[in-house]
Design a binder for this molecule. Structure first.
Ligand SMILES: *Cc1c(COP(=O)(O)O)cnc(C)c1O
Length: 380
């Protein structure tokens, strides 16, 4: 059985968790601080703040960016639903814009059309690890005085114009869920270059507390904390951070390995006219968190049949990225909404297995299965 994904974890991560448990420092402490420093250095951002997952990273980023009740935030509907949900958490309204069919990322022209007097921010997703055109959105946001927040849940280790994702804008949010490229079980990180954001993010993730546990424990003087505003408990544990440090050391290598799988798919499917493959532009460097194949009208087999037949052969796939506006939770937002490209990408795309290590025979099995199923159907 070929799974759609699996985390790359080894004895080193297990040992790091074990060692951390025995230190007696279990939640947000020295390991979290070390993970943050190393993650910031990896991305080239000045600061990094670890949190419990990417959804909470997005929530806190929206708060520090000053987004609140009555505001509108433009984001793709075609994203994991957490993107839109985080906007709801601060009382704002997600305004869904269209994505472009080549890289599945927000279409800057449609985003500009959706700007109103209430728009305060754009939440830019790097879908499936493929970098969106950050500079185009920075320019747009500067022109209309909007905040730019990046949902880089899938994009750890990806780069745009030669710089790692995480270094380009004021607030960039990452996920370490097992379905992403590196994992801490659950976990998240926010990178920022702004000291004021950094300080407030640290307060907000720990109940608004002015003195963190690490500082209090190591202080020679008795100190009392103040809770300076209403915060949250969005901490990452030291056990998770210890695992994250080991994962981060392997991230560049993991990305290289994933890119080899993507390259094998690209060359094996290049001649098939009835599909469209992921487009990595010259300025992009994708971690291929997912590899998505789009089936055109001319496809000899419909998407769901292909998924079932591949599963029958022992190859797990997934459908294209969900559209939040099609979910029951967002049924009130569909009035007047027209997102044909997003819906079509969800309906006609199939995600193929990518994981590390994926050995040559597994890659060939997927390639041959895909080709055989589509070709057999052509000839019958
Ligand atoms: C996975 C994902 C999230 C949520 O990440 P969690 O760490 O599970 O909260 C948010 N946005 C996008 C685009 C994602 O793919």
């Amino acid at each position: 059985m070929i799974p759609i994904a699996k985390p790359f974890l080894s004895k080193e991560e297990a040992q790091a968790a074990y060692d951390t448990i025995l230190t007696g420092w279990i939640t947000q402490g020295p390991k979290v601080m070390e993970f943050e420093e190393k993650f910031a250095a990896f991305t080239g951002a000045k600061y990094a703040v670890a949190v419990s997952n990417c959804t909470t990273a997005l929530h806190l980023s929206l708060i520090v960016a000053g987004i609140g009740t009555g505001d509108e935030v433009i984001c793709p509907s075609m994203s994991y639903i957490a993107t839109a949900n985080a906007i709801k958490y601060v009382g704002a309204t997600p305004v869904f814009a269209e994505v472009n069919p080549r890289d599945y990322n927000l279409d800057v022209v449609d985003v500009e059309k959706k700007i109103t007097g209430k728009t305060k921010a754009v939440l830019l997703v790097h879908q499936m690890g493929m970098p969106a055109d950050i500079d185009a959105f920075k320019e747009l946001c500067a022109q209309y005085d909007l905040k730019l927040i990046e949902d880089a849940a899938c994009a750890a280790g990806s780069a745009y114009k030669g710089e790692k994702i995480g270094s380009h804008s004021e607030l960039v949010c990452f996920s370490f869920h097992p379905r992403k490229v590196i994992t801490t079980g659950d976990g998240g990180m926010i990178t920022t270059n702004r000291k004021d954001y950094y300080d407030r993010l640290k307060l907000l993730r720990q109940h608004g507390m002015s003195v963190n546990d690490r500082v209090r424990h190591t202080s020679e003087k008795v100190i009392f904390e103040d809770h300076v505003e209403v915060g949250y408990n969005y901490r990452l544990t030291d056990i998770q951070a210890a695992v994250g440090i080991k994962q981060l050391e392997k991230l560049d290598w993991i990305v290289q390995e994933r890119r080899k799988v993507a390259a094998a798919y690209n060359s094996a499917f290049r001649d098939l006219e009835f599909i469209r493959l992921p487009l990595e532009k010259e300025e992009d460097f994708s971690n291929y968190q997912s590899y998505s194949v789009y089936l055109k009208d001319s496809s000899p087999v419909d998407r769901n049949t292909l998924m079932q037949k591949l599963l029958d052969m022992g190859i797990a796939t997934r459908r294209g990225i969900m559209n939040s506006h099609r979910e029951t939770a967002y049924k009130e937002s569909i009035e007047g909404l027209d997102l044909p490209i997003s819906e079509d990408l969800q309906d006609r795309s199939i995600l193929l297995p990518v994981y590390v290590p994926m050995i040559d025979s597994e890659i060939s099995f997927v390639i041959e299965g895909f080709r055989k199923l589509t070709e057999t159907i052509v000839h019958t």
